[in-house]
Design a binder for this molecule. Structure first.
Ligand SMILES: [Fe+2]
Length: 165
């Protein structure tokens, strides 16, 4: 749903499939990321299931120009977030818990400690944003030299024009 521009992914609305309102939405098992639905120019919802089983398998962090909400659906998922603490840059692990949503704004990645794709989480994010990828090793220096573009533009290509929020 996004245009891959080097180490950057650009998502533009509408960035989700059309669905029939009132019908149950389903996700295919064994996929890292599937967008299920959304509201054009506003939000979209997807299912996330990391294809990694340990932090050692991670090679990059994703950094979005919007917040991202995670809510564990099944299994186990550990998010790894890059933060600047008083002691310097650090990678912090956040084990997701059922019924306990977590909002992420930091560069992040994730893994399933019980095996690849054994955990699933609901993700809510914007319908329009950019993602920059940072290497897991050396992310502090890369982060210091990059910043995703601000994302305050009006939604484009939306079929309905009656959104007034
Ligand atoms: Fe993300």
């Amino acid at each position: 749903m996004g245009d891959d521009v080097g180490n950057r992914i650009v998502v533009r609305p509408p960035s989700f499939p059309e669905v029939n309102a009132g019908e149950v939405l389903s996700a295919d098992p064994g996929r890292e990321w599937q967008v299920l639905c959304g509201d054009c120019g506003h939000w979209r919802l997807g299912i996330y299931s990391p294809p990694f089983s340990s932090r050692q398998e991670l090679t990059r962090l994703e950094r979005h120009s919007c917040p991202e909400l995670f809510l564990l659906l099944s299994g186990e998922i550990v998010l790894v977030v890059a933060e600047m603490s008083s002691g310097g840059p650090e990678l912090r692990e956040i084990p997701l818990a059922l019924g306990k949503p977590v909002l992420i704004t930091q560069p992040h990645a994730g893994y399933c400690p019980c095996g690849r794709h054994t955990g699933t989480a609901v993700v809510v994010e914007r319908d329009e944003f950019e993602t920059h990828y940072l290497p897991l090793s050396g992310w502090p220096s890369v982060l210091a030299g990059s910043r995703p573009a601000a994302n305050g533009s009006a939604a484009k290509n939306c079929e309905t024009g009656d959104k007034t929020d």
